[in-house]
Design a protein around this ligand. Sequence first.
Ligand code: NAP
Length: 487
Amino acid sequence: MGGSDETRVLQAVRTDLFLGGEWGASESGHTVAVEDPSTGETIAEVADAIPAEGLEALRIAAEHQGKWARSAPRDRGEILRRAFELMVERVDDLALLMTLEMGKPLAESRGEVAYAAEFLRWFSEESVRIDGRFGLSPSGDSHLMVLRQPVGPCLFITPWNFPLAMGTRKIGPAVAAGCTMIVKPAKQTPLSMLALAQIFEEAGLPKGVLSVLTTSSAGALTGPMIKDARLRKVSFTGSTEVGRALVKDAADQLLRTSMELGGNAPFLVFEDADLDKAVDGAMLAKMRNMGEACTAANRFHVHASVAEEFSSRLAARMGALKVGRGTEDGTQVGPLIDEAGRLKVEELVADAIDRGAKPVTGGSRDDGAGYFYPPTVLAGVEPGSRILAEEVFGPVAPISTFETDDEAIAAANDTEFGLVSYAFTESWTRGLKVIEALEAGMIGLNRGLVSNPAAPFGGIKQSGFGREGGPEGIYEYLDVKYVSTPR
Ligand code: NAP
């Protein structure tokens, strides 16, 4: 794909507000610039919604909720299926758009489009399987029925690192369940979500079911909606800090909330690990999305007897990756999202080196356009280094060593986060012991990738609550109603 394709996909995407199914400029008269992180240049301007437009979107969502809830599950499933097919058909254009606004290499963007589309296919199949229960009370004097009904109007706030998938994980089950919704994408990557709104429009989603609002002031737009009794649910994917504030705000209305928050994934390599598998797994767990993933391996705890071999093999693989603009052929590592993200990575690397860590590859940035940072492996990272406690969100693998299984498990669990943990061992007995002991919502056992639309994605501890995907995913959008009636 060349420059003319870039212009074409940028021109094809609508940049207005998508308010209940109608496109229109914001009353603010302002726009928000969208930047290509590989050049720092502005590639588009999207509407800058004001709080009144958020409340208007909520009014529309509340007005259409009743009719949408009564729609046929099969019809909702068919809309999701058509949207899935359109995404698959347009994978190249959607991927290019994503790469332009987010930076990841085209191959990874294609992977995300396919992953994001799969949530629509999965929930198209779930919409017709919403179950209930009918039974007799133990005393035999009454019947009891359990119904599941849509929660009602939802607000979705999504991050920039997976601009489509973090949206479809929420929109898919909400459409399947019969909820109306308002989506606020991250201001760095609104274009992919706007393109998705166009796809839903073409797929026949009725007007009023979906709004997509872009804004420069996330809190100002979403705050009044969260305080409004017409809203019934907030689902958020983003940092723990913002998630915590949203839960506090949501408490006033006792809103249902789902929180997909930050991570600090440990990657454990035991002495009996198959190092080929462990290095392959590490490459996936660390380098997917340039390390800008909540599931990214944040720290490597490796048995002392294999640490040197593991570090040098990982450094050789990471050091050989081609860094560049995501649209260029052969690029394997794109830029970070912005200068703030890059400065944070630099700060954490400098702190680890100050405390005694040694860079095996990478370790300092090149100057030039774009927010690039080279793949970096740090060996001998000392306890107390900030990089072990904070989400690095970049292509840096800090390695420290352990001697015993108990030491490894204690180090892995020594964090307030609990999203995902990875463990590599060829012993099934050790594997079972480790998966039971690890404090995480998800575990990759001898595998560096856990994300799957058919599986319940989510965390424990300060990584949040709620699950996205799998049969569990739709329950986030359904209320339980129990009915008692005489026999
Ligand atoms: P972020 O700063 O928390 O932003 C996420 C979203 O929240 C954006 O749409 C942002 O809007 C919005 N936001 C920011 N402040 C807000 C406020 N006061 N009120 C309402 N909305 C607000 O996170 P990020 O830097 O974009 O994303 C990275 C984080 O997401 C990492 O911590 C990562 O681990 C986490 N994440 C978690 C998962 C998971 O499933 N657990 C998946 C992906 C990412 P603006 O863009 O306008 O600021």
